[in-house]
Ligand binder design. Structure first.
Ligand code: GLP
Length: 250
């Protein structure tokens, strides 16, 4: 894992966006996986700016959303479909036929997960995957547990994750769906390159575990250590437990 630490969340987002834009300019047909959540909001804002002001074009790119809540409409304000439309897709020149989402309202959710794996494979796999991390170490919606799923799959969300996602559901954790669909750990680890972004002191512990801790299904992000090409973009707060050799004592 290659770590880069920046002075502020803004500088972290700018560097991550520059990385995505540079990769896209080198390979205009890039297949990009896109996370939702608060962390990538300034990254996507910077990508919108780079599109508007610097001519960075997404016209030949392909995108796949990392995950989605089950049981809500695509245009529900809490859906990741709405999130990505709002923060990135509506403002850049992506071809709508190359933009892919998980359908959380599919009649057969398992078949929907299979369909997603198929269309990712048909696109040639994900070239660059933009990831955030949950405070419990989840990536996508791969929650900590006894086991992890390799492929895109249905997930029962942990209460902590539902609490964390309440803001887009009127601040009410009970309104957050109990289930979601997510790319699996294998889907994620098959991406050619991964950009993991974390900002804020509340991410310091999970980043420490993900980067320095043992590989464990209890902290799904720890498996990123096994990937050959992961760039971790951190602000000083998120990196704060990485500087001390014995953080638990210090
Ligand atoms: C959600 C998403 C993840 C995201 C995580 C962290 O659970 N499924 O993909 O990384 O939240 O979100 P935030 O960036 O808001 O801390």
């Amino acid at each position: 894992m290659r770590l880069q630490v920046f002075d502020s969340a803004t500088a972290t987002a700018k560097a991550a966006a520059d990385r995505v834009a540079a990769t896209l300019q080198a390979d205009p047909g890039l297949v990009i996986g896109l996370a939702s959540g608060r962390t990538p909001i300034p990254v996507y804002a910077e990508l919108r700016r780079l599109h508007a002001e610097n001519g960075v074009s997404f016209s030949r790119a392909v995108t796949f959303s990392l995950d989605e809540f089950a049981g809500i409409d695509a245009d529900h304000p809490g859906s990741f479909h709405s999130f990505l439309q709002q923060h990135l897709l509506a403002a850049v020149d992506l071809d709508p036929t190359r933009v892919h989402f998980l359908n959380g309202q599919a009649a057969d959710l398992d078949a929907e997960c299979d369909r997603y794996e198929r269309i990712i494979a048909d696109a040639g796999g994900i070239d660059l995957l933009v990831l955030g991390i949950g405070v419990n170490g989840h990536i996508g919606f791969n929650e900590p547990g006894e086991t992890l799923a390799a492929r895109t799959h249905r997930v029962v969300l942990h209460d902590a994750t539902r609490d964390d996602n309440a803001a887009r559901f009127g601040g009410n954790p009970a309104a957050v769906p109990r289930e979601a669909l997510s790319m699996g750990m294998g889907t994620i680890l098959k991406a050619s390159a991964i950009v993991l972004i974390a900002t804020g002191a509340h991410k310091a512990a999970c980043i420490e575990q993900a980067v320095r801790g043992p590989l464990t299904t209890r902290l799904p992000a720890s498996f990123l250590q096994t990937h050959r090409h992961v760039d971790v973009y951190l602000d000083r707060d998120a990196a704060s437990r990485l500087s001390s050799p014995n953080p638990e004592r210090g």
